[in-house]
Design a protein around this ligand. Structure first.
Ligand SMILES: [Zn+2]
Ligand SMILES: [Zn+2]
Length: 144
């Protein structure tokens, strides 16, 4: 794990006044294990394998805390359940219209998501997201 891009979990949690609980750690581990932008329900199914007693409500709670602490971001896909992403470096998302897979698209080196937009002065950007849609390499292959 690259220490410069992924802050120490304990550090981040304590800075924000949240206690480190085994459930929160486990939910965070689930997010880090597979970078496929799971929904809360998918995280719940994966976390249950490690903590059988965990409930969906607890998973929702843990995810909320991780987002508050800045350890994960919410990814909103129209008409779909919110997905979660632990990649904290600036990036956009590519959604495959055939299989629904969500992939991280990095910004060009030294760039940012807003660099190609002319944001007028007086507007303060706190949050930016870019979502691209199309066909992923795997689906492209199977269609042609
Ligand atoms: Zn696909
Ligand atoms: Zn992402």
């Amino acid at each position: 794990m690259n220490k410069t891009t992924q802050p120490a979990y304990e550090e981040t949690i304590s800075h924000n006044g949240h206690r480190l609980t085994p459930q929160r750690r486990e939910v965070y581990n689930v997010l880090l294990a597979d970078r496929d932008h799971p929904t809360a329900t998918e995280v719940f199914i994966r976390a249950k394998k490690r903590i059988p007693a965990i409930s969906l409500a607890t998973v929702y709670n843990c995810l909320e805390t991780l987002v508050e602490c800045g350890l994960a971001k919410q990814v909103n896909v129209e008409r779909e359940a919110t997905r979660y992403c632990p990649n904290l470096s600036e990036h956009g998302h590519f959604i495959c219209e055939s299989c629904g897979i969500v992939s991280d698209i990095p910004v060009t080196k030294g760039g940012s998501l807003t660099q190609f937009l002319k944001v007028p002065s007086g507007f303060n950007v706190n949050h930016s997201e870019i979502t691209l849609r199309g066909t992923c390499p795997a689906c492209k292959k199977s269609n042609h």
